[in-house]
Design a protein around this ligand. Structure first.
Ligand SMILES: Cc1cc2nc3c(=O)[nH]c(=O)nc-3n(C[C@H](O)[C@H](O)[C@H](O)COP(=O)(O)OP(=O)(O)OC[C@H]3O[C@@H](n4cnc5c(N)ncnc54)[C@H](O)[C@@H]3O)c2cc1C
Length: 501
């Protein structure tokens, strides 16, 4: 029987694999990490344990990166490279399928500011991955700056590994994304007089830096949060901030980092509603690490290569998580940022639908469908409450690097765009080199698109036939006669070993 191929073993991909296997269809689950779990359930890479079990019928390829997908008659051919990234002896394989589930998740967004290219300035996700995966603290004195509730678990992970978190700086107003959808958002005028308005919370936040006040917020918010699970999670984080005496400051951000060989201090400033610096509010704080996280960017490369329709930067799906391409389903943060639980339910629906596409007869996953409806409302509230506002562009000086891989400064980007009247992502890349380096625009793409005033969204940087960096030898193998695409029903998998060059 043909297999469902699931790419990504985070909450969405694991749930998809469980659902398809539960429907009696064999599954191949592929992930670039050494262990199951994705971002939310990231496991220690060093302790030799495995938290998750996969059901019978699921084959798992760990440390396997999908670098391309191409259409073949009746389905798709998935090209995979297995082995430590950039290590010797990687194995190249490809597999054909008529039912593909994309669950590649997202990565966190960094905004540039003077000094963001200094060692010691990292994304909040990278700091968390280091803490959770390796048990290592990114620094001893750390500032967290960005927007959204994701800053809270990162603070918790840093505390767990012994770092001192100097402050959590939220560029929007405090914690409003945890409120019920439609209750309040930073984009709407807060309801006056209500106990849970964004303004009331912001006022409490900026007028007091006493950790004790966090407990007040926690009490106020507990009735307003969408689900009991979220309330408990939020209360847990607020308790931790209070116990550790970590200030949580809204409408503030790190706007510059300083140091010779690595970050030694950061300039923190108050922001107005559009994130422009409030004059005279800047102050320097001594730190040895700065972690920045301004929301998430979905990993769209594979979905874009397959030809899935994308709207507002996310893959569009129907009620069964089917994309615009026949036989291709998408789940999790690829389709919208809504947290691990929503991702899991979407994975269940996608896996079930993929199994049905291969002929399985199963019941409609009603519970998951119900949870998706509420989860998406919560996701919409989060997106409205934690936007990235354009004032961040005023933090940059002419010399600030915008693209770190190709070392393109703000001045160089703007003058290349003006001089050549570049009005699209491809043109901007060619005239400025921004987005042409190793990260291929994953880090800088959205920022470059906004700074250059492009009509195309930053997600257009994800358009490329090869999704991740691979060696020329791997590319050559994929084109060898042994690896030529078979018809879908024939020889679904090819296998060849790469040289160690
Ligand atoms: C760095 C980071 C840390 C986060 N930490 C938290 C947290 O602490 N708490 C919280 O509530 N939310 C957190 N989130 C949000 C969280 O990602 C989601 O809520 C949830 O994990 C999304 O599930 P997912 O299955 O869609 O994607 P993910 O969990 O991101 O899983 C996607 C998987 O796909 C794999 N993958 C991607 N591309 C390829 C490819 N080409 N080939 C093979 N495998 C591939 C990745 O290795 C990854 O394992 C974090 C997000 C990020 C980016």
């Amino acid at each position: 029987m043909m297999r469902v191929v699931v790419i990504g073993a985070g909450p969405a991909g694991m749930a998809a694999a469980h659902a398809a296997a539960g429907a009696g269809v064999p599954v191949l689950l592929i992930d670039s990490e050494a262990k199951l779990g994705g971002q939310y359930h990231r496991q220690s890479a060093t302790d030799g344990t495995e938290k998750f079990a996969l059901p019978d019928g699921v084959e798992y390829w760990a440390e396997s990166v999908v670098w391309a997908i191409e259409p073949i008659a009746g389905g798709h051919r998935v090209h995979v490279s297995t082995g430590p990234a950039d290590g010797p002896g990687r194995v190249s394989r490809s597999v054909n399928t008529a039912a593909l589930v994309l669950a590649t998740g997202a990565h966190d967004r960094a905004l540039p500011f003077p000094g963001w290219d200094l060692p010691g300035v990292v994304t909040a996700g990278a700091a968390q991955a280091l803490a959770k995966g390796q048990g290592v603290a990114i620094g001893q004195r750390v500032l967290l700056s960005g927007t959204g509730p994701f800053l809270l678990p990162v603070a918790a992970s840093l505390v767990d590994v012994g770092a001192r978190v100097e402050a959590v700086l939220e560029a929007n107003t405090v914690l409003t994304g945890w409120l019920r959808p439609g209750e309040e958002s930073a984009t709407t005028e807060p309801r006056r007089g209500g106990r849970h308005t964004a303004r009331a919370l912001a006022e409490r936040d900026t007028t007091s830096r006493q950790p004790g006040k966090l407990a007040d917020w926690s009490r106020q918010l507990s009735g307003a949060v969408t689900s009991p699970g979220k309330a408990a999670e939020l209360a847990g984080y607020l308790g931790l901030l209070a116990r550790q005496r970590i200030p949580y400051r809204s409408r503030q951000a790190v706007i510059a980092a300083h140091g010779d060989d690595r970050v030694e201090a950061a300039t923190v400033a108050k922001l107005d509603v559009n994130w422009r610096v409030v004059p005279g509010s800047q102050r320097d704080v001594e730190v040895d690490a700065v972690c920045v996280g301004f929301g998430f960017t979905p990993q769209l490369e594979l979905a874009t290569a397959v030809g899935c329709a994308v709207a507002d930067g996310f893959v569009t799906v129907d009620i069964s998580q089917a994309t615009s391409v026949a036989g291709v389903f998408a789940a999790g943060e690829l389709t919208g940022i809504g947290g691990a639980v929503l991702s899991e339910h979407e994975g269940t629906v996608a896996g079930t639908a993929a199994a049905i596409a291969l002929g399985a007869r199963v019941k409609r996953p009603s519970k998951a469908l119900r949870h998706i409806r509420t989860g998406r409302r919560f996701a919409a509230a989060m997106a409205a409450a934690y936007p990235v506002r354009s004032g961040w562009q005023s933090w940059l000086s002419d010399d600030t690097l915008v693209c770190r891989c190709e070392e393109v400064s703000c001045r160089e980007l703007r003058s290349a765009v003006d001089e050549h009247r570049a009005d699209g992502v491809r043109a901007v890349k060619l005239v400025s080199r921004a987005g042409l380096g190793r990260c291929q625009g994953r880090i800088c793409g959205r920022n470059v698109a906004e700074l250059a005033g492009l009509p195309e969204p930053g997600s257009a940087f994800a358009r490329r036939p090869i999704a991740v960096p691979i060696r020329l030898a791997e590319l050559a193998e994929a084109d060898s006669p042994q690896a030529k695409p078979a018809e879908l029903a024939d020889s679904p998998e090819t296998d060849s070993r790469e040289g160690t060059a």
